[in-house]
Design a protein. Structure first.
Length: 202
């Protein structure tokens, strides 16, 4: 198993911006034996395997290509299921909070599916200097936020109107499947289950 890699960025916190703190590649098995609490935000990318994210709003299954977030002062836990490895960037700043508020990224909407296209971005900065890591980490954060915004904007009004119809047809077609669940529907449509639920209720 490869060792963990943790890179700290050059210190220059202006408080009002999107400010990366560190960039980490985590390879150790995650055991959920107690709640963890952070003093900053974290954006994670699942590089390999499966895990469960425990939050006080429920459990979220994680798989390769998922992006998930953890928040300051909000308890969470990670539990490896199979060969779980992931990258994450710790960050802070009021701009970060504004972006997440605009994109509806919060403790109830913290897992986003289908971000495999960003994998090469996450792998790039392992050999960068601390100064370069700072700029590159900020770029990763902004690229992933842009992908989230793009996925959300792709739900044009016409598509939003179509989604409940497509979901109803999928449910009708799979009614006899004992594994039918909101998770299964969300995976089929490649959207976060809470976001999809919100669309369905409109």
């Amino acid at each position: 198993m490869p060792n963990n890699i943790c890179k700290f960025v050059a210190q220059e916190n202006n408080g009002g911006d999107l400010y990366p703190l560190h960039y980490v590649f985590e390879t150790h098995e995650q055991i959920f034996d107690k709640w963890r609490i952070l003093a900053h935000y974290r954006m994670h990318y699942v590089y390999k395997g499966n895990a469960v994210l425990h939050t006080q709003n429920g459990k979220f299954e994680l798989k390769k290509g998922d992006v998930f977030f953890c928040f300051p002062s909000v308890p969470y836990g990670l539990e490896s299921v199979s060969d779980f490895q992931y990258y994450y960037i710790g960050y802070t700043g009021t701009r970060a909070l504004r972006i997440m508020n605009k994109l509806d990224v919060n403790e109830k909407n913290c897992v986003f599916l289908g971000f495999e296209q960003t994998e090469n971005l996450w792998k790039m900065p392992l050999n960068f200097s601390p100064e370069a890591i700072k700029y590159y980490s900020e770029g990763i954060l902004l690229c992933v936020f842009a992908e989230i915004a793009n996925k959300q904007s792709n739900f044009s009004q016409d598509k939003i109107a179509d989604v409940p119809i497509q979901m109803k047809k999928y449910i009708d077609d799979n009614m006899s499947n004992s594994e039918l669940s909101l998770d299964m529907i969300a995976k089929h449509f490649s959207y976060n289950k809470k976001y999809l639920s919100k669309i369905f209720h409109r």
